[in-house]
Design a binder for this molecule. Sequence first.
Ligand SMILES: Nc1nc2c(ncn2[C@@H]2O[C@H](COP(=O)(O)OP(=O)(O)O)[C@@H](O)[C@H]2O)c(=O)[nH]1
Ligand SMILES: *[C@@H]1O[C@H](CO)[C@@H](O)[C@H](O)[C@H]1NC(C)=O
Ligand SMILES: *[C@@H]1O[C@H](CO)[C@@H](O)[C@H](O)[C@H]1NC(C)=O
Ligand SMILES: *[C@@H]1O[C@H](CO)[C@@H](O)[C@H](O)[C@H]1NC(C)=O
Ligand SMILES: [Mg+2]
Length: 419
Amino acid sequence: MAGHQRYIRYIVFALVALVLLFFISSSSSVPSAQWPSTKYTPSESQKQDETGTVPQVPQHEEGQLNTMPSDTPKANPNTTPNTDGKQLPPQTASGERMNATFVTLARNSDVWEIAKSIRDVEDRFNRKYNYDWVFLNDDDFNDEFKNVTTVLVSGTTKYGKIPKEHWSFPDFIDQDRAAKVREEMKEKKIIYGDSISYRHMCRYESGFFFRHPLMLDYEWYWRVEPSIELYCDINYDTFKFMADNKKKYSFVISLYEYVETIPTLWDAVKNFTSVYPQHIVEGNSMKFLSDDDGKTYNHCHFWSNFEIGNLNWLRSQAYIDYFTSLDHAGGFFYERWGDAPVHSIAAALMLKKEEIHFFNDIAYYHVPFTHCPTGEKYRLDHKCHCNPKENFDWNGYSCTSRFFETNSMPKPEGYEKEQ
Ligand SMILES: Nc1nc2c(ncn2[C@@H]2O[C@H](COP(=O)(O)OP(=O)(O)O)[C@@H](O)[C@H]2O)c(=O)[nH]1
Ligand SMILES: *[C@@H]1O[C@H](CO)[C@@H](O)[C@H](O)[C@H]1NC(C)=O
Ligand SMILES: *[C@@H]1O[C@H](CO)[C@@H](O)[C@H](O)[C@H]1NC(C)=O
Ligand SMILES: *[C@@H]1O[C@H](CO)[C@@H](O)[C@H](O)[C@H]1NC(C)=O
Ligand SMILES: [Mg+2]
């Protein structure tokens, strides 16, 4: 009998010890890991929105059931580190930062799809550079959107609302004519053909995002859309590359535009060039756009859901005159002009051809196309996880071959195998 009681006492004692241990270990998870948190200026590590309020980072509550291992590594005498002579992952890159930001136009409902994009951009690039991220929306961003994106971005996040006059019909647009076009495009099943918001989006990306007050603080931008993927490590500062090599605009995927969305775009461009011949640069990339020296447009464009570019170029008188001229032609509403051909034609005619860069090394996906870098060695060295068979570059619908020819550049080694 006495032995049995002692046995129960042991069990009770063991249970109490276990409960104590549980509370000690779970409360140690409250301070979150500090790696990598170096910011280039401490004052900028605070996240702010336009009104200057600082959203709190959501935290685990004390005593919350947490069966995950603690974030803070503790020395454990019963184990040895398994570093095997290897270095830990590189921390934040040293050196100067460029005057640059990521920029995303999104709705609150895009939160989980942009979260995936941010995760990829951070893992492959920005965790080492901690660049800022500007989010723009025609509506107010909600707390969920701000909370989720704030914790994912390693730099400062900023949230801007688009002024109404940049996201509505200009007064020179005939509403009835625009409505009739949407009806016709719907019948013809043209993608986004009946959408008003998509047209506002294309016009905003064509002519306004770079003039938003939050964007005026920067010289360089990298545009990121929801649901994109990055497939390789990017181990250098792409903004610095642009500056050092005198680049103003860049792309990873190029293709032919749907003709139905831009029937008179080229006419409008020709009207612009005849009024403003001074804005057309010598040594431009006309050969990329036209097979007959400008008479007709071949519909080639750089896909603008990815862009790294120079904001001061977009804010230049030349670009503003170009956008204003196209805007008054009405094609954002009477047709369905996309910001991709609008940006591309501007870059091809108003920049020197050497100022446009093809980032072969940025492996990228936006539905339905993949850019997977040509060259096996590069892919292995940069831990790429894209299937080279899915690379779109040398496909017949891609204009990237034409870009190489325009610039008399040799195509990357091994490209024939990917055609
Ligand atoms: N705030 C806002 N963003 C939009 C709207 N429509 C599209 N976007 C954003 O504009 C970009 C392009 O839209 P998306 O649906 O990806 O078009 P697609 O890539 O051409 O199919 C994405 O970053 C979207 O989040 C809108 O009505 N409001
Ligand atoms: C976002 O964070 C704020 C501040 O911590 C918090 O009050 C709010 O409940 C959070 N909202 C959502 C939707 O997560
Ligand atoms: C960044 O660039 C913008 C636009 O050119 C400029 O107004 C701003 O002063 C620059 N900021 C810094 C810190 O150089
Ligand atoms: C180009 O200009 C001509 C002459 O002013 C005009 O009739 C035509 O509608 C314009 N085309 C476009 C697409 O704006
Ligand atoms: Mg998209």
